[in-house]
Ligand binder design. Structure first.
Ligand code: PLZ
Length: 446
């Protein structure tokens, strides 16, 4: 680190946002970087700690997105930083399948211990969420000797060819990038806010529709895996109705289908549980992780029943960088932080403060159609007042206002009308209150 000074956990604006230095750097970005990459905040970050980002103009910004749900333990947190420094000085790479090292094994041991279920589990490590999903599908197909993968409306699983096929949303993820991988079947999702059927029987009706479709359109005996995000992330923080995930898991068990939970966004204390499936005591056959696993370094994991993970022939799984020792060191620091600082409990508190604050805003501003979420994974869905018509225009205005005022918040949703909150779980109550005040002003300015 270039400095040892702590970053004060407060918002401080010293220029307009973006400031002059960020604006100049954005011109270089446009000149040098592919135009195919998106840009949420035109602000260049120089330093960060916990929940505060400092840009090159010296503004201190509240981070309510954690770099899309990654820095849950806080940005550049001490246990991660010190382990990374030690590891990078010791060695940086060998390739685990060429010459192994102990911290890869330790991360797998931790994942096996933390993943739901008391059965024997094994893991493998990769570089990203998409690569973890890819490997989960490979393993599920290999183990079951079946081709079909069942996914859901509003799903998001990555940007590789297979994971694009698994995604529900065409623009921007799939448009122009096909042809896509075959044997992917999409099922309805019980999205209660937009459910056109009887909301009182949403769980039973959705399960009935899905199992009917599986049996008539695919044949249950052809399905390798049912792959689902326990709460959909990019899709708009859609929390399925109670009983839905347990019923799907039971149907999977009854039909020799693997139940695969993509906890890339929901995992590692975010929802107030180590993993979101624990809220309803669901035990997945395969658990997919990434994002918050390594406190900001790129790392993904696939954890599953030992007999499933061991079914693949030797060298059928691998990759040059997967489970890089520096990323593994970071993961051990991040997991230690989650467990020793009890971040699942902290996430419940952060979630309560957020949802209380958001519900107060919803009572005040009719453009907020719904507040939903679990733990520190909360969202508001914006509508044309008096209807459920998506309001993406208001969404982008609110986000623009927050950015200009030093609060970074992300959008989401199939209709681009959801504002999602994924703050670092270590965020202070003062920062949350300050950010909610800015959000209030943003809605007031609409
Ligand atoms: N599964 C549930 O949320 C990543 C996407 C950012 P990678 N979500 C953020 C973007 O615009 O590309 C995600 C996810 C779920 C898988 C992934 C994919 O994880 O690490 O981005 O590959």
């Amino acid at each position: 680190m270039t400095t040892t000074t702590e970053v004060t956990q407060e918002r401080r604006l010293v220029t307009a946002i973006p400031g002059p230095l960020s604006t100049a750097a954005m011109a270089r970005r446009s000149d040098a970087v592919s135009g195919g990459l998106g840009l949420t905040f035109p602000v260049v970050i120089e330093r960060a700690q916990d929940s505060i980002l400092i840009d090159i103009d010296g503004n201190q910004i509240i981070d309510l997105g954690s770099g899309i749900g990654v820095t849950s333990v806080g940005n550049a947190t001490s246990r991660v930083v010190s382990r990374v420094i030690d590891q990078v000085q010791a060695f940086t790479h060998t390739c685990f399948t060429v010459a192994p090292y102990i911290n890869y094994i330790e991360v797998c041991e931790a994942l096996n211990r933390l993943a739901p279920g008391t059965h024997k589990k094994k893991s493998m490590l990769v570089n990203s969420g998409a690569e973890a999903v890819e490997n989960a599908v490979k393993i599920a197909r290999y183990y079951t000797k079946r081709p079909a993968i069942v996914v859901f409306e509003h799903a998001y699983h990555g940007r590789t060819n297979l994971t694009m096929a698994l995604n529900a949303k065409n623009m921007p993820y799939k448009e122009g990038f096909g042809p896509f991988a075959p044997e992917i079947y999409r099922m309805p999702l019980p999205y209660s806010f937009r459910w056109i059927g009887n909301k009182a029987t949403i769980t039973e009706d959705a399960i009935e529709m899905i199992t009917h479709k599986i049996e008539k359109e695919i044949g249950a005996h052809n399905v390798a895996a049912i792959l689902i995000e326990p709460i959909q992330g990019e899709g708009g923080f859609i929390v399925p109705p109670k009983g839905f995930l347990p019923a799907l898991a039971q149907y999977s068990r009854d039909n020799g289908i693997l139940f695969v939970a993509d906890e890339v966004q929901t995992g590692f204390c975010r929802t107030g549980h180590m993993f979101a499936v624990e809220a309803e005591n669901v035990v997945p056959d395969i658990l997919i992780t990434a994002k918050a696993l390594a406190g900001g370094l790129p790392l993904g994991g696939v954890t599953g029943r030992a007999e499933i993970m061991d079914s693949v022939h030797i060298s059928g799984l691998g990759g040059t960088f997967g489970g890089n020792p520096v990323a593994c060191a970071a993961a051990l620091g991040a997991i230690e932080t989650m467990e020793q600082d009890n971040l699942a409990v902290r996430a419940q508190h952060v979630g309560k403060v957020l949802s209380d604050g958001l519900k107060a805003l919803a009572a005040k501003y009719s453009v907020i159609g719904e507040v939903r979420g679990m733990g520190a994974m909360q969202a508001i869905e914006l509508v044309v007042p008096g209807s459920i018509e998506p309001n993406s225009d208001a969404t982008s205005k609110v986000l623009k206002y927050c950015t200009a005022n030093g609060v970074f918040i992300l959008s989401a949703g199939t209709y681009n009308n959801v504002i999602r909150f994924l703050p670092p779980l270590v965020i202070t109550d003062e920062l949350l209150a300050d950010a909610l005040g800015v959000l209030d002003a943003a809605f007031g300015a609409l």
